[in-house]
Design a protein around this ligand. Structure first.
Ligand SMILES: [Zn+2]
Length: 179
C-alpha cells in the first residue's frame, strides 16, 4: 500500500483497517502481520495512527479506557489480528509478559528513601557494594596520600581504579562512612 496516498484521506482510518483485515493469516498462529510502517518499538504505526490500537478500538466499538493499552495475546507487536488484541494497563501487560516468561523483570526497584542503600546501608556500602574494588584500608590510604599532596591521577594509577573513583573517595561522595 502506498501510504502517502492515504495520508490526507478523510477515510484513511477505514482504509488502514480494511488493509489490516485483508492481511493473510499466518499458518498456525493466525497472526496478521502488519507489513508497512512501524514505530521504534516495532508496533504498526502510520503517522500518528497506532494501527493495532485502532483495530482494538474498532473491535470494542469504543475508545480505550484512559491509561489502557492495546496488548497482544500473541506477543507479536506487528500483529493486527483483532482477535489477538486485548485492552490492558501497562501493569497488566508486564504481568502478562512475565507470566509467559517473555520478560524477566527485577522486582519493583525501590529508589530514594525506600532504596536498599538507605534502609540497609551496611549491606551496600564500601566493600559490601558489589562493584567495590577498594577496601576500607585502601580508602584510608588514598585519603592520607591525597592529604600529603598526591594527585588523584597518580592515586588512580597506584590503586588501579578510575580517576572518578578517587574523586568519589576524596569528596566523600563514596565511602563516606570510612573515617
Ligand atoms: Zn497475533
Amino acid at each position: 500500500m502506498d501510504w502517502y496516498k492515504v495520508r490526507y484521506k478523510k477515510n484513511r482510518l477505514q482504509i488502514i483497517l480494511n488493509y489490516c483485515a485483508s492481511l493473510p493469516k499466518e499458518r498456525g498462529t493466525h497472526c496478521q502481520l502488519w507489513d508497512c510502517k512501524f514505530d521504534a518499538e516495532g508496533y504498526p504505526r502510520v503517522g500518528m495512527t497506532h494501527v493495532h490500537r485502532e483495530v482494538l478500538v474498532k473491535k470494542l466499538g469504543r475508545t480505550l479506557k484512559p491509561g489502557y493499552l492495546a496488548c497482544h495475546t500473541c506477543d507479536t507487536p506487528s500483529c493486527v489480528n483483532e482477535n489477538h488484541l486485548w485492552e490492558g494497563t501497562n501493569a497488566d501487560n508486564i504481568r502478562d509478559a512475565r507470566d509467559k516468561g517473555r520478560l524477566v523483570l527485577p522486582t519493583v526497584r525501590a529508589t530514594g528513601e525506600r532504596s536498599g542503600a538507605r534502609r540497609h546501608p551496611e549491606k551496600y556500602r564500601g566493600e559490601n557494594h558489589g562493584k567495590a574494588r577498594l577496601t576500607e584500608q585502601d580508602v584510608r590510604r588514598i585519603r592520607a596520600l591525597a592529604d600529603q599532596g598526591k594527585k588523584a591521577g597518580a592515586l588512580a594509577v597506584q590503586f588501579d581504579v578510575h580517576c572518578n573513583t578517587i574523586h568519589g573517595v576524596l569528596s566523600r561522595r563514596n565511602w563516606s562512612h570510612v573515617a
